[in-house]
Design a protein around this ligand. Structure first.
Ligand SMILES: [Zn+2]
Length: 406
């Protein structure tokens, strides 16, 4: 708990507008502290590169050959919500009732709305004071990895192979894997400790693309516009209404994909629509992109001109295809959870993960729970017991891997 609270008090918000890595200089504050702490607990090869990627090694303590495994988490917090002056509140022996985060501003964390809280009755819950996020995403992950390494160092009777760990900047702006040196990391596979509630184990995420739809109209004086004016906003409206109305984020779940209109900007002359396209299934994903293009040409043909341009850029892909050939790494995580009495919850992520990018860079990387809830806002909280379990899962994974290859 002290370790976690020490980390969350350091502001590490990332910034999508910046082009440097790390995107904000303040991320160095925690990165440098982590380097010192890793050395202090007795990790070896502790390095930090010019982009603030922190890596370290726990050498094997068994004579036989064991694949090198890795654990990864990120130290930045989302730009969506303030991470300045985080002031954690500790609720011991949670009674299942409302938690007042901030009496003055009347901000309450209530199980009436967040019913997940009820499964943590009797546990110790760390919350915000209502003014900031907590930063359990993903300083819980860092705490768990650090604590598990310290535990393995202090308990040399637990057999394990070589373990590599990495703490990254800028995950929240989608760049945590960008400068990740997979070669230098040198693990056969790894796990991000960046999931939410206890038990989560994920190896599927969306295929993702962004689309910009530009509609060209023709502006003419409205008094003399008959048969001349073309209002791009009406054409854009046609385009929007022609996409399947129920295939949007607010109408889908599980493995259902969607088109999501994220912005409209327009006048008579030109309208710009921005979409994101998401689908777990690669074939459906490609079909969605094609559908947008086909729709554009169909509408254009009604106006007898090239009035709609669709520009689509892939953003990231479903890691499933990279993990499926090495499913034993998911099985191992499952086994480790069961061994410490955590029920695995395997489900597809409706989003992306750094592990997906790492998987496509040659480091298969499923995601394991870090324990927190309600990320990216003032209602974020984490039960201490969930963090303890995540720590135990890391220790068990190390042990099981060594035993499997005996
Ligand atoms: Zn995260």
């Amino acid at each position: 708990m002290d370790r976690f609270i020490g980390y969350v008090k350091i502001d590490t918000q990332s910034d999508p507008e910046s082009e440097t890595t790390p995107s904000t200089p303040k991320q160095w504050d925690l990165a440098n502290r982590l380097v010192e702490e890793l050395k202090q607990i007795g990790m070896e090869d502790v390095t930090i590169d010019e982009h603030a990627y922190v890596m370290a090694t726990l050498p094997a303590n068994v004579p036989h050959k064991v694949p090198v495994i890795g654990f990864v988490s990120h130290f930045d917090t989302t730009p969506d919500f303030s991470g300045t002056n985080v002031n954690p509140q500790i609720i011991e022996d949670y009674d299942g009732k409302d938690i007042v985060l901030n009496a003055e501003k009347d901000i309450v964390l209530s199980p009436d709305y967040f019913d997940d809280l009820l499964q943590y009755k009797g546990q110790t819950i760390i919350t915000t004071d209502g003014n900031t996020l907590l930063g359990a995403d993903d300083k819980a992950g860092i705490t768990e990895i650090m604590t598990a390494m310290e535990y393995l160092i202090n308990n040399p009777d637990i057999p394990h192979g070589k373990i590599r760990i990495c703490f990254t900047p800028d995950e929240e702006i989608g760049r945590g894997a960008h400068q990740f040196d997979v070669q230098k990391f040198g693990a056969e596979w790894a796990y991000t400790m960046d999931g939410s509630q206890i038990g989560e184990l994920e190896y599927e995420n969306f295929n993702a693309a962004g689309a910009v739809v530009k509609v060209q109209g023709k502006s003419v004086h409205p008094g003399y516009a008959k048969d001349k004016m073309i209002n791009s906003m009406y054409i854009a409206q046609d385009f929007i209404n022609s996409l399947p109305r129920l295939e949007t984020p607010e109408h889908t779940e599980g493995r259902q994909g969607f088109f999501h209109l994220t912005s409209i900007e327009g006048d008579v002359e030109e309208t710009k629509l921005q979409y994101i396209i998401r689908d777990h299934d690669k074939t459906h994903f490609e079909a969605r992109k094609q559908m947008m293009k086909d729709l554009a040409s169909e509408i254009c043909s009604q106006y007898d001109r090239d009035c709609i341009q669709v520009e689509i850029k892939d953003q990231y892909f479903n890691m499933r295809e990279k993990v499926e050939p090495v499913m034993h790494i998911v099985e191992l995580a499952k086994e480790a959870m069961e061994a410490v009495h955590v029920k695995p919850i395997i489900k597809p992520i409706r989003g992306g993960t750094d592990g997906a990018q790492l998987s496509f860079k040659g480091l298969p990387c499923p995601n394991i729970f870090a324990g927190g809830h309600n990320f990216h806002g003032k209602y974020e909280y984490v039960p201490v017991e969930s963090m303890q379990k995540a720590t135990e899962v890391i220790v068990k994974l190390a042990e099981l891997t060594a035993k499997k290859y005996e």
